[in-house]
Design a protein around this ligand. Structure first.
Ligand SMILES: NC(=O)c1ccc[n+]([C@@H]2O[C@H](COP(=O)([O-])OP(=O)(O)OC[C@H]3O[C@@H](n4cnc5c(N)ncnc54)[C@H](OP(=O)(O)O)[C@@H]3O)[C@@H](O)[C@H]2O)c1
Length: 286
């Protein structure tokens, strides 16, 4: 069985890795990864486009190569299917040729034998589900991928793909936070629960924008009441949802990560949860 992300944990997003000069050297990044693993944080979220042309996967792989003991401990999610090649128009590509190469390139850059989770990054209207599914099933059968999923798909889009796949889709990575709560009201979140997909919530702090305005002020008040940080309250708001979505956080700051990890215990009341929703949406419930 593929490893399941523990529900009270965090996933560490690697989208901003190339922006941190202190983490570019393999030895320093290996220290950083080891410290996260020692804290009990073992899930790392990548994509081939992070940093541009595989750079962040490559940096991560070099750190694992420098300290091979870490490779056995990390759990890696990666995604492919967005193409931003120099000189080309940005586009999506879930064709068999592109995905076959993308899976092999990710394995090579990360230096791991297997991707714990592989996600198609965005739904490609030109995808032929049968041929794409064959590539994904083959990669699972060959041991290159432990578990499959999608990101930013609508329910009919992942169901179309699933209907052609032998392997189950297990994960869906979606934008979900206090300031992006529409999946809770348009049936999207219920559909993934119904179909047995485990939710990973990207940008759970709205990329940092959550701390502004009315919602930011309420986060601060509730945080002060519980003796935690506003960011901890924002993650507690997500975790209060059925299935406890796994937040994919973006900070690489060890102090901020530790704070968020330490505040995993916080449980919000129904009153607090709805008050935050109202503040973030700017109107009361109908
Ligand atoms: N599947 C997809 O389509 C998709 C799309 C976007 C992102 N993602 C994934 O989601 C991950 C997270 O995205 P994100 O970076 O937008 O997530 P986020 O956790 O919502 O935002 C992180 C940003 O918030 C800032 N921040 C401000 N105050 C903070 C605090 N108290 N604690 C923590 N962070 C604070 C961070 O600044 P500092 O960095 O200065 O700490 C950072 O710039 C990415 O790394 C990527 O793996 C997936």
């Amino acid at each position: 069985m593929p490893p399941e992300p523990p529900s009270l944990s965090l996933m560490l997003g690697m989208m901003r890795l190339h922006e941190r000069p202190e983490l570019q050297a393999p030895e320093r990044l290996a220290d950083w990864i080891e410290a996260r693993l020692d804290q009990g944080l073992e899930w790392f979220d990548h994509a081939d486009i992070y940093g541009g042309e595989g750079l962040n996967e490559h940096l991560f792989g070099k750190a694992l190569h420098r300290r091979p003991s870490l490779a056995r401990r990390v759990r890696v999610v990666t995604k492919a299917g967005i193409r931003m090649n120099r000189g080309d128009i940005k586009h999506y590509d879930s064709s068999p040729d592109w995905l076959t190469g993308a899976i092999d390139r990710a394995l090579s850059r990360l230096g791991t034998e297997r991707l714990d989770v592989f996600l198609i990054h965005r739904p490609d209207p030109l995808m032929e589900a049968e041929t794409t599914a064959r590539v994904l099933d083959d990669a699972v059968r060959d041991g290159k991928i432990a578990a499959l999923g999608v990101s930013n798909f609508l329910p009919d889009q992942w169901r179309r793909l699933q209907s052609a796949l032998s392997s189950p889709l297990r994960h869906h990575q979606l934008q979900l936070s206090l300031n992006h709560s529409s999946p809770l009201f348009d049936g999207h979140f219920d559909a993934l629960r119904q179909d047995g997909l485990s939710p990973m919530a990207w940008s759970p702090l709205g990329g940092g924008a959550l701390f502004e305005g009315q919602a930011g002020r309420l986060l601060e008040n509730i945080a002060a009441h519980h003796g935690v940080s506003p960011a901890g309250v924002a993650l507690a708001w997500l975790r209060r949802l059925p299935g406890s979505p796994m937040p994919v956080i973006g900070t690489l700051d060890p102090t901020r990560i530790t704070t968020l990890h330490d505040e995993a215990w916080l449980s919000l009341s129904r009153q607090e949860w709805y008050a935050l929703l109202e503040a973030a949406r700017g109107h009361e419930m109908a």
